[in-house]
Design a protein around this ligand. Structure first.
Ligand code: CO
Length: 461
């Protein structure tokens, strides 16, 4: 019996606890140890890392990936990809999706966990085909949620769709930490019996269920769990790697993890964790167990975002009201699972409804959603709300990307010498303003360096 571990400290735990602000320089030293610790994979890219690198950390996300890959030669590198949304918040044309996936694999990614926020598999087909073609392992993802319209049979249907696409693994992604041990057991069992692919389970410790959930999932036949090294675990992040390694070991599972290496990794990150706590980057609130999420279904990153948003507006006292409004907005939208970008869209709309009045302001993303630009809503949307947005216009029923013109060649021409590679072109397609600022600063830095070395030569002579 073997159970594999995916370590999330560089991506999901980093994202959930400290809004993805961990710079490469802060973890590069520990990579050689992480590479031999016995993890099945290290989740280190995708999700918000790409955005955060460009926006806050002055890092080229592609270069970060290459640097990690240069050190981690034994362990698979994993990323999270939002299907047709890539790492952004809207749908991209197929040519951009194909090139992005190809380049991700070329730069070092081995495992791509692909999902669509609505479990609309039309939105993952292009990315999946490109990933398989590039030789990556694809984890076809089911976004887990609780709603009147989601049940085992709907998850099985999604999993069968993934199997048809040819993926190697099925991932049950519980971004809100609301999957109970019993639910995990039942779903994993059903998937095992009826789909037969290896299963990975992803959850968050937010509600306190996670350890039990993983244990039941593993007993039912789950093959891979997502965990975070203990000092970056718990709360809105994943449960602790060391703890689960200990427990599974007792049950006779082979985990392949080296406890000594895990201790080194934990000691290393502890210094940084303490620093984050001291300077306020890590707010203790996200480390606490919050059972309200069982009602509100707020995923890890979303809760910390809402707290940050409301704090910035000096309206943190409205948090409870906003949390109570989230399920209402969700119902109006046909019960989308609360995962990026839906979690942000629902969060922002719920905040706006509380602060300014019900649907007084409707974000352009929610409008696009109601038009069908994100795909098929899992359930019925509020017809009145949809009508108020669309007027006499008909909603889109085809795959939205079918309506989009190719973009890669056009962008390449537009950027000219500002882009030095296809990776640059893709950064620009994903985050135009951020990438452009980054490229310009890169040029300036280079110019300064040249000037400096010339001055130096002159002084020397
Ligand atoms: Co997650």
């Amino acid at each position: 019996m073997r159970i594999k571990f995916t370590e999330t400290v560089l991506r999901d735990a980093n994202q959930s606890l400290i809004a993805t602000r961990m710079p490469f320089e802060r973890f590069k030293e520990i990579l050689p140890v992480m590479d031999v610790a016995g993890y099945y994979s290290i989740e280190c890219w995708g999700g918000a890392t790409f955005d955060a690198c460009l926006r806050y950390l002055d890092e080229d996300p592609w270069e970060r990936l290459r640097k990690i890959n240069a050190v981690c030669r034994n362990t698979k590198l994993q990323m999270l990809l939002r299907g047709q949304n890539l790492l952004g918040y809207r749908h991209y044309p197929d040519d951009a999706v194909e090139l992005f996936v190809k380049k991700s694999v070329e730069n070092g990614i081995d495992v791509i966990r692909i999902f669509d926020a609505l479990n609309d598999l039309r939105n993952v087909e292009t990315a999946t085909k490109a990933a398989l073609k590039a030789g990556a392992e694809v984890q076809g993802t089911i976004c887990y949620t609780i709603s009147p319209i989601h049940d085992i049979s709907s998850y099985l249907e999604t999993a069968r769709g993934w199997k048809k696409l040819g993926v190697q693994t099925i991932c049950i992604k519980d971004m809100a930490g609301i999957m109970s041990p019993k639910a995990a057991h039942d779903i994993v069992k059903a998937l095992e019996e009826e789909v037969g692919l290896p299963i990975s389970v992803h959850t968050h410790a937010t509600t306190g269920l996670a350890f039990m959930t993983y244990l039941e999932a593993v007993k039912a036949g789950c093959d891979i769990v997502d965990t975070a090294i203990s000092c970056f675990s718990g709360g809105t992040a994943q449960p602790a790697t060391e703890t689960l390694n200990y427990v599974f070991g007792e049950y006779g599972y082979e985990t392949g993890l080296d406890p000594k290496a895990l201790r080194k990794i934990n000691d290393f990150f502890k210094t940084y964790r303490n620093e984050c706590m001291r300077d306020g980057l890590l707010n203790p609130i996200v480390l606490a167990t919050d059972t309200e999420a069982l009602d509100y279904q707020i995923p890890g990153g979303m809760l910390s975002n809402l707290v940050a948003q409301l704090t910035a507006q000096h309206k943190l006292d409205k948090l409870d009201e906003v949390l109570a409004e989230v399920p209402n907005v969700r119902k109006d939208l046909g019960y989308p699972p609360l995962v990026t970008p839906m979690s942000q869209m629902v969060g922002v709309q719920a905040t706006s409804n509380v602060l300014f009045g019900k649907y007084k302001n409707i974000s352009k993303e929610i409008k696009a959603y109601l038009k069908g630009e994100y795909g098929k809503a899992p359930g019925q949307v509020n017809a009145e709300l949809q009508k108020s947005v669309l007027g006499d216009e008909q909603p889109i029923t085809c795959r939205y990307a079918d309506l989009l013109e190719p973009i890669v060649e056009k962008t390449r021409k537009e950027l000219g010498s500002l882009a030095q590679s296809d990776e640059d072109v893709l950064s620009y397609i994903a985050f135009p303003q951020l990438a452009e600022r980054f490229f310009k600063e890169r040029e300036e830095k280079k110019a300064r360096k040249v000037k400096y070395s010339i001055t130096k030569v002159e002084t020397n002579s």
